[in-house]
Design a protein around this ligand. Structure first.
Ligand SMILES: Nc1ncnc2c1ncn2[C@@H]1O[C@H](COP(=O)(O)OP(=O)(O)OP(=O)(O)O)[C@@H](O)[C@H]1O
Length: 232
């Protein structure tokens, strides 16, 4: 099957620091991929370049056969690792903004998810807790019918009781012709839903593998494998 998301020789330098150093991988449609790696391994940088928010130093990202640009932004739904909406907005304002901005946005779906999470339309972002802000942004991100979802730490501030709802929201809101890549440090919580993992280290891909194969080969969970590989 043709890849929906390809990364070729991707390099990003900040002065003398190479945040990414020749990253190559490809993801096919239908896959839910975990982008894993220790702090500073380049996960956010890779997501930002793929979302068209940052220019690489070298290399390319191809989404749905097109290099990152105006078209790919229209088919990529990106959840940043911090609040990207004006904090004076209410949840209703945020929904309206997404509806105006993205033609693939499903307002009914977004409102239903927000109601499930007890987020009121009139709730203001700056009076929501950090975790609630994250949940709201995730609802908006997953209410688009995109070809590629890029979620940077979707569970970071979310309490354990809400994590299962969030995980099922992630799993059930992308179609078989789309792919989803998420970064997380909460591997134990998320590995049950992952098809593949991409392990980053020092700006390079250490390994890309199917989760089932990794478990079979190592006889341990992805979480245990991660702790072993990246032991300080
Ligand atoms: N704007 C910037 N200026 C200089 N260096 C940066 C900048 N952004 C990131 N870096 C550096 O690039 C490297 C990769 O950072 P990045 O945020 O992509 O890592 P990460 O894997 O997302 O980390 P974390 O797990 O802590 O979120 C780090 O060494 C970081 O210090």
């Amino acid at each position: 099957m043709d890849a929906i998301y390809e990364v070729h020789g991707l390099t990003k330098r900040y002065g003398r620091t190479a945040a990414l150093n020749g990253v190559d991988f490809a993801v096919t449609p239908g896959k839910l991929v975990g982008l894993l790696g220790p702090n500073g391994s380049g996960k956010t940088t890779l997501m930002k370049i793929s979302a068209g928010l940052l220019q690489p130093t070298a290399g390319s990202v191809i989404i749905d056969k097109v290099p990152v640009g105006v078209f790919t932004k229209a088919v990529t739904s990106y959840l940043p690792d911090r609040m990207a909406l004006p904090t004076e907005f209410t949840a209703d304002d945020a929904v309206s903004l997404y509806a105006d901005f993205f033609t693939d946005f499903d307002k009914v779906k977004a409102n239903a998810m927000l109601a499930d999470l007890h987020i009121g339309g009139r709730d203001k972002i700056d009076s929501m807790s950090k975790g609630t802000q994250e949940k709201m942004q995730l609802c908006l991100t997953m209410s688009r019918a995109a070809r590629l979802y890029l979620l940077d730490e979707p569970l970071g501030g979310v309490d354990p009781a809400a994590r299962d709802y969030i995980l099922s929201t992630i799993m059930h809101n992308y179609s078989e012709d789309a792919a989803l890549m998420l970064s997380t440090h909460l591997i134990g919580d998320i590995e049950k839903v992952l098809d593949e993992v991409i392990l980053l280290q020092d700006g390079k891909v250490l390994r890309q593998t199917a989760v089932d194969e990794l478990r079979e080969e190592t006889g341990e969970s992805v979480d245990a494998y991660f702790r072993e590989v990246y032991k300080c």
